[in-house]
Design a protein around this ligand. Structure first.
Ligand SMILES: [Zn+2]
Length: 614
């Protein structure tokens, strides 16, 4: 017996389910889903079959053919593993399918249930999923490892007037429920009650479980391109702004296809979520999920979309086998994102994007200076919660590694290699070793030119990594250096700056500066009030680290407005890591007040930041 993945109970000796049919009844009042998952194996199996679960209530397991019970147990009962959850062991005898009947818990880590007051429209409740990295198991029992790919169908039962969207194709228009179709998932009296409707979806391309996604609420939509429709709750004004922000989606898809081969997922729709969404974007196939903070009317919002689009090839088509190989998803996607940005926004914007990444990578080296394992491209994550050590390392060190190879072999050769790599491994889950073998086979001699072992297994930033250089990047860095001498950039020097220029400028400043300098900078450019959260948060982080108490109010407002972890992490960390007792106390008070508005994943991350500095 050997586990396939340090983050899953899936056993390598047991078959992997190829298909799951889900029936889900949404009870918004109880923040619960009553459901069934019909898992189908490639062939009949006798013996144990381990599935991952977290905070799921398992009611029964049935043989769908005989409707007889299948024995099951919880081997780790009664103490679930804090990272992995609880394995569910089915005992199969010559069976190729199992129907697991379950209910989710209100604390399911994949689900955020929002009351009407927590939505933009204030009229209807809302629920959405975030399954990466290991949260699908809190939604339905499954082999929750990216090594396991499966196709699915889903039948959702919702109350009027809510509608659902899924990272999947719609199989039929919303319709009335039909008696009997819920099977064991829920009684007909509930399923067919007045004011309920059923929506059906299908995903016929094999995906890893972390890409399973839906949202349900008062959702409206608008077409923005041939293959792209933007969805949002929050009314016409938000949809208008989103449609403007993402108008370039089709141009980006075409740029991606020219670079990486055909777009394999049919549609590329977008869903703008309420402000509590914990990430910038999530690359759910056919329907990318986005934070509303990317809608700000400048180029950087499009860059988040470019990143999620790039995942259509790297991450969704070729998937990391386990989270220890996460750089195969994110390093490739960061590289691919910047290639798309270069085509649609030009070399300068791509260089700025790379510069911000380089700064971020260097900051992570400081964050992990006492635990350099997490600065490796391929770290050992046994017993480690992937959410807790989430960092820029797989993104930016991965990007640097691929850029290093590009510089070695030249762009035309590397482009041919990339297309070949994607065509070869599409719809597969692979590890770093598989990539390295393919690299050495297709770029002969590369191992003599680049120290591949140091890049993959070494800690820190390899000496042949490169700070990206461009005129705009150098200009901003030199202005940041000027600030250290007491000079604030002049109006004409920043006249054309958008959010990204400011972000790069602030991130290149020392981590702590004279409070009077902070005040002077803000007096000139009102960075603390920027509507661009990247700029505002970078500034507020610097202000807190520099001991400027007058910004506590703005920090509190920000922490209560958005739940994106990119902002929560630095702001809470800045508050608690210094010696100021007052800052620590306000961090705890703000979290206590804002906690319910955060997604469960973000709640866990903030809790761990506060615990580390208690
Ligand atoms: Zn990504």
């Amino acid at each position: 017996m050997a586990r396939l993945d340090p983050h899953s109970y899936t056993e390598s000796s047991q078959p992997l389910a190829k298909h799951v049919a889900l029936t889900l009844y949404f009870d918004f009042a109880a923040r619960t889903i009553h459901g069934s998952a019909l898992l189908t194996l490639p062939a009949a199996h006798t013996g144990p079959l381990l599935l991952d679960t977290r905070s799921l209530l398992i009611h029964s397991v049935l043989d769908p053919h005989t409707t007889g019970p299948i024995p099951f147990s919880f081997p780790s009962d009664p103490t679930p593993d804090p990272v992995l959850g609880q394995p569910l062991c089915l005992s199969l005898s010559a069976q190729s399918a199992a129907l697991v009947v379950f209910s989710t818990s209100p604390s399911s880590s994949a689900l955020q249930w929002l009351s009407p007051a927590q939505t933009a429209s204030k009229a209807q409740p809302f629920v959405y999923t975030q399954c990466q990295s290991i949260h699908a198991r809190s939604l339905f029992p499954c082999q929750d490892t990216p090594a396991a790919r499966l196709v699915f169908s889903a039948r959702l039962n919702l109350p009027h007037p809510l509608t659902a969207v899924m990272a999947a194709a719609r199989a039929a228009a919303p319709r009335d429920p039909v008696p009997g179709e819920a099977g064991s998932a829920c009684p007909d009296a509930l399923w067919c009650a007045a004011g309920r409707s059923v929506e059906e979806f299908i995903m016929d391309r094999p995906i890893p479980p972390y890409l399973f996604a839906f949202a349900a609420g008062d959702i409206a939509a608008r077409d923005v391109g041939l293959r792209t429709r933007v969805h949002a709750e929050g009314g016409a004004a938000l949809l208008d702004a989103a449609a403007r922000e993402f108008a370039g989606a089709e141009e980006m898809i075409r740029a991606g296809e020219a670079l990486f081969g055909p777009y394999e997922w049919g549609r590329f729709d977008l869903l703008v979520l309420p402000p509590s969404f914990p990430y910038g974007g999530m690359e759910n196939p056919m329907m990318v999920f986005l934070t509303p903070t990317v809608i700000k009317g400048d180029a950087s919002g499009a860059q988040v979309v470019a990143h999620e689009l790039a995942h259509s090839w790297t991450g969704n088509l070729i998937t990391n086998k386990t989270n220890e190989h996460f750089w195969l998803n994110e390093g490739f996607t960061t590289y691919a994102e910047r290639r798309i940005v270069e085509v649609v926004q030009g070399e300068e914007m791509a260089a700025l994007n790379m510069g911000i990444g380089w700064r971020g990578l260097n900051d992570e080296m400081d964050r992990f200076k006492d635990n350099m394992e997490f600065t490796k491209l391929k770290p050992n994550l046994e017993g480690i919660d992937p959410d807790e050590i989430y960092s820029q390392v797989p993104y930016e060190k991965g990007f640097q590694f691929l850029w290093r190879i590009e510089r070695q072999v030249g762009r035309p050769t590397f482009d041919v290699f990339l297309k070949k790599y994607i065509a070869k491994f599409k719809f597969q889950s692979i590890d770093t070793e598989t990539f390295l073998e393919f690299l050495k086979a297709n770029l002969p001699g590369i191992e003599n030119q680049i120290d591949l072992k140091q890049w993959v297994e070494g800690t820190g930033i390899p000496p042949d990594a490169m700070e990206p250089l461009s005129s705009i990047y150098s200009k901003i860095v030199s202005l940041s250096n000027e600030f250290k001498l007491g000079n604030i950039p002049k109006k004409q020097e920043v006249a054309n700056w958008s959010g990204q220029e400011w972000e790069l400028y602030i991130e290149n400043l020392p981590k702590s500066v004279e409070p009077s300098q902070i005040a002077a900078l803000d007096a000139h450019y009102r960075l603390s009030e920027s509507r661009d959260y990247e700029v505002k948060v970078a500034f507020l982080q610097l202000a807190i680290s520099s001991g400027c108490k007058e910004y506590f109010g703005e920090v509190e407002r920000t922490l209560k407005q958005v739940g994106r972890m990119k902002y929560l992490r630095p702001l809470y960390t800045a508050l608690v890591q210094g010696n100021a007792e007052e800052a620590k106390l306000s961090a705890r008070r703000i979290f206590a007040e804002a906690r319910d508005t955060y997604h469960p994943i973000a709640q866990g991350v903030v809790e761990s930041i506060l615990a580390k500095h208690s």
